[in-house]
Ligand binder design. Structure first.
Ligand code: BG6
Length: 375
């Protein structure tokens, strides 16, 4: 698993590994006919999970973006309030946590010093902890009460891709598991969500077919110096990670922002020199998603009026977006809480091709390491 195979770089190999990584994260833990999620590795009793009052999620970098998406998944499916923190800030916040609360630490390597310190702080305050990690028997995995491995296989490239999508799938599985234990979700709902989860790897295969279009975008935009990535609700963490991917491998400045916040400042930046990448998908079965979609359409039209350039990530078949955006990359229609796993793929490909077009070392960006083991 830890070699490049037919690929020129680890990053592009790991982007294309994602369907298999998702299958390995999901399939051993669900039973469609029984309509259940099996997560015994959580090792926290159903009674304790039923009594949970609050959940904290703590992580660094891309793993924190997974946590931000997980916040929406867990709150939507269980009504448990969730907070998300930077691991490097957690200790300064003197977190008011303790018994009856759960702290989820998300870490690909399981060795990040900030995240190790955060987990130790949470345990010292009496919180139970669960680690979501990609490395078996890592330090953080060993020190947690329960561990859910992402099973994504070794991730060599410094920019995290397949671990990220597997982390979000595991967070969705955990949210379903909590909903199941707390009897918040009916068997029918469980089967519907499990079916959507099982369709994810195939849908990611479909999105990967947009690689040539993303390569063309890399050709067209590789000289641009600044980008703004925008997303609403659960799509905001994806905008954040799309920006982080571009920053960390191509050294192009990029900022992730909640779409609704653009009018409070960043809009002053948008003109022909600063392209906008916007997530503008729509789950037509979700009224909230439809409402946000209408606002996204208005935003795109506004940016175009001020001579901005818009690269949109939209739902397959959306001719409206294709007509008004400068470029559109399509993803299959999916449940609102799972579409982030599809949306990040074109952004990963975009960052990769921009970097290769600039002739940079995409797997070993300057000044960065795969796991920061010092605070
Ligand atoms: C950074 C990596 O150093 O650490 C990122 O470059 C990663 O890709 C972050 O998201 C957190 O690492 P981990 O292993 O705790 O998920």
């Amino acid at each position: 698993m830890a070699d490049k195979g037919r690929f020129p770089h680890y990053m592009i190999k790991e982007i294309f590994d994602q369907p298999q990584g998702l299958r390995d994260a999901i399939e051993p833990r669900v039973s469609l006919e029984e309509g259940i999620v099996k997560l015994d590795e959580v090792r926290i009793s159903p009674e304790e999970l039923r009594a949970l009052r609050r959940i904290n999620i703590v992580a660094s970098g891309t793993s924190r973006h997974a946590g931000m998406a997980g916040q929406y998944m867990i709150q939507e499916l269980t009504n448990i309030p969730v907070d998300v923190d930077y691991a490097s800030e957690f200790e300064y916040r003197n977190p008011l946590i303790g018994r009856g609360e759960l702290t989820i630490v998300i870490t690909q390597s399981g060795e990040t010093a900030d995240t190790t310190a955060a987990q130790r702080e949470a345990r010292a305050k009496g919180s139970r902890t669960i680690a979501i990690s990609n490395v078996v028997d890592s330090t953080i995995a060993r020190e947690a009460d329960g561990v859910i491995y992402t099973n994504a296989g070794p991730e060599i490239s410094i920019a995290s891709t397949k671990a990220f999508t597997a982390q979000m799938a595991v967070l969705f599985l955990f949210a379903l598991y909590l909903g199941q234990v707390r009897e918040k979700l009916s068997k029918e709902q469980m089967r519907r969500y499990i079916r959507e989860l099982l369709e994810l790897p195939g849908n990611v295969e479909t999105v990967l077919q947009s690689a040539p279009e993303c390569e063309q975008l890399g050709e067209k935009y590789h000289k641009v110096q600044d980008f703004l990535f925008l997303g609403r609700a659960i799509h905001y963490p994806i905008a954040m990670d799309g920006a982080l991917k571009l920053k960390e491998v191509s050294y192009i400045h990029a900022e992730g922002y909640p779409t609704g916040e653009t009018k409070h400042g960043p809009n002053a930046l948008i003109d022909e020199s600063l392209p906008v990448v916007m997530i503008a998908t729509c789950d037509r079965n979700d009224p909230g998603s439809v409402l946000r979609y209408e606002k996204n359409l208005a935003n795109i039209k506004g940016f175009k009026e001020q001579s901005g350039r818009v690269i949109a990530i939209a739902t397959q078949g959306d001719e409206t977006i294709r007509r008004i955006a400068d470029h559109t990359i399509f993803v299959p229609e999916a449940q609102e809480l799972l579409s982030p796993i599809l949306e990040i793929v074109p952004l990963q490909l975009f960052a990769y091709y921009m970097t290769v077009r600039k002739g940079l070392d995409v797997d070993r960006p300057r000044n960065l390491v795969k796991s920061v083991m010092l605070e």
